[in-house]
Design a binder for this molecule. Structure first.
Ligand SMILES: [Zn+2]
Length: 450
């Protein structure tokens, strides 16, 4: 009963107070899920053109950029025409932030500061239009999995910033919309009983969080004898990080074989893609132009390459041909679910998920993760690359289980993958510190892949 009140009265009211048009956007997105490709393409072309015309007129940075490139959006005949524009890097955003804002944006601009996966913060602005489309995208894709507005949803969040700053407002908001936030910033054995207890009391239909955090909660709970499979959770949404298969398995099993759908997006890039019931990642086509820039070819539509985004509804601060640093490629042409939105192959990793070896190879972080994970008695760990040939491994272990040769095995395994010149230091700790963002990253490299 209460979930219906939330869905039909409180949530629309809440969005209205915030000046967001989320319901209209949601209906628009819903209406386009199964449009014929030609109509989708026409819609995206119109939206792209409108965005670019606006950017030329109202955003000084783009006025200059378009002029430099000899590009006139008014004369655009096809989407391809805008590929004459240079790609937009994070560094350019940092340098030109004030010139990238729409001064007269209706409803004003909201400043946002992301931790940035590279650890270097990125400040950007978003407006209500963009916020509404991103919120609508999230709502719609959650509906794909049976989680509707008003159903209880638990955020297992890792960010101390968000938990602190908006505590009170968020609390009231959550009570209204049937959402609840639990900070998992200091996730440890000591905090597990309370978290499990809070889930038990709230009984959410769905759970939403970083896969690293949620899977760690699952592992700790299992080890301490707490069951999660009888809490009524029907689906766990993974967000903000690459979801590894072993994490999906851990989470799914822990909550009683529930689905663990994944999304792809970022704070600055917005809500780009989500898995459908068939497990395929669909792009929110009406909201984006997505390109894959080949590393060697520089081609815009490579089989695999850096994901480059144009957010069609980010008018307050447009992101036009924005380099995400993520690597992926286009997926299959059609999907058995019947949606016509294009598909994307699972994002392979963030640029920071790769380690650059002393001889210049990119080694996926996962290969190092496996070296440490596979050793018995390893409770938690973190691998830090300080210099190309300097690697530190932080370990929290069960003394009784950890083999005598454990440290040697780790050092040898890492050397085997990165090169014999690498110096591996192992440090045993009582607990592994979190990143400033609250995310739990298994591998951190301070070596820039430039
Ligand atoms: Zn599908």
């Amino acid at each position: 009963m209460y979930n219906k009140i939330v869905k039909h009265i409180l949530f629309p009211l809440h969005e209205k107070i915030l000046g967001r048009n989320t319901y209209a956007c949601l209906n628009e997105l819903k209406g386009s899920e199964r449009l014929p490709k030609e109509r989708l393409d026409a819609l995206r072309f119109e939206k792209l053109k409108a965005l670019l015309v606006h950017a030329k007129k109202n955003i000084p940075f783009y006025t200059q950029r378009f002029s430099d490139a000899g590009f006139d959006p008014e004369k655009m005949g096809a989407v391809d025409d805008f590929r004459i524009l240079p790609l937009l890097s994070k560094e350019e955003i940092r340098t030109n932030l004030d010139l990238m804002k729409w001064a007269d944006c209706p409803g004003g601009l909201h400043r946002y500061n992301t931790g940035g996966s590279s650890g270097k913060p990125l400040v950007f602005y978003f407006d209500r239009r963009r916020q509404a489309y991103d919120a609508a995208a999230r709502t719609l894709t959650h509906q794909w999995w049976g989680a509707d507005i008003g159903d209880r949803e638990l955020y297992l969040w890792g960010s101390p910033l968000e938990a602190g700053k908006q505590d009170r407002l968020k609390e009231i908001r959550d009570r209204l919309t049937n959402e609840k936030l639990i900070s998992a910033f200091e996730l440890s054995g000591a905090s597990v009983p309370e978290i499990v207890n809070r889930i038990k009391k709230f009984r959410p239909k769905s759970l939403f969080g970083y896969p690293s955090t949620v899977s760690l909660l699952c592992e700790l709970s299992a080890r301490m004898g707490y069951r999660l499979d009888n809490l009524g959770v029907e689906v766990v949404f993974s967000t903000a990080e690459v979801l590894y298969d072993y994490q999906r398995d851990t989470i799914s099993k822990a909550f009683g074989n529930v689905p663990v759908p994944d999304c792809y997006g970022s704070r600055e890039g917005g809500f780009v893609s989500h898995q459908c019931e068939k497990g395929v990642y669909h792009i929110l086509d009406p909201n984006y132009i997505v390109e894959y820039i080949g590393e060697d070819s520089g081609e815009s539509n490579s089989i695999e390459g850096e994901v480059v985004l144009t957010h069609l509804d980010a008018w307050g601060m447009p992101f036009i041909r924005y380099r995400t640093g993520d690597v992926a490629g286009p997926g299959t042409e059609t999907c058995a679910c019947g949606r016509t939105w294009s598909t994307i192959k699972k994002v392979k990793g963030r640029a920071t998920d790769f380690i650059v070896t002393p001889d210049g190879r990119y080694q996926h972080a996962l290969s190092l993760i496996y070296v440490v994970r596979d050793i018995e008695g390893v409770d938690e760990f973190k691998i830090i690359q300080h210099q190309p040939d300097e690697v530190e491994v932080l370990l929290k272990i069960h003394d009784a289980l950890f083999p005598e040769t454990g440290e040697t095995t780790i050092a040898e395994g890492i050397k085997k993958r990165m090169g014999q010149s690498v110096n591996v230091r192992v440090n045993r700790l009582d607990s592994i510190p979190r990143d400033a963002s609250g995310k739990y990253r298994y591998v951190v490299s301070h070596v820039k892949p430039e």
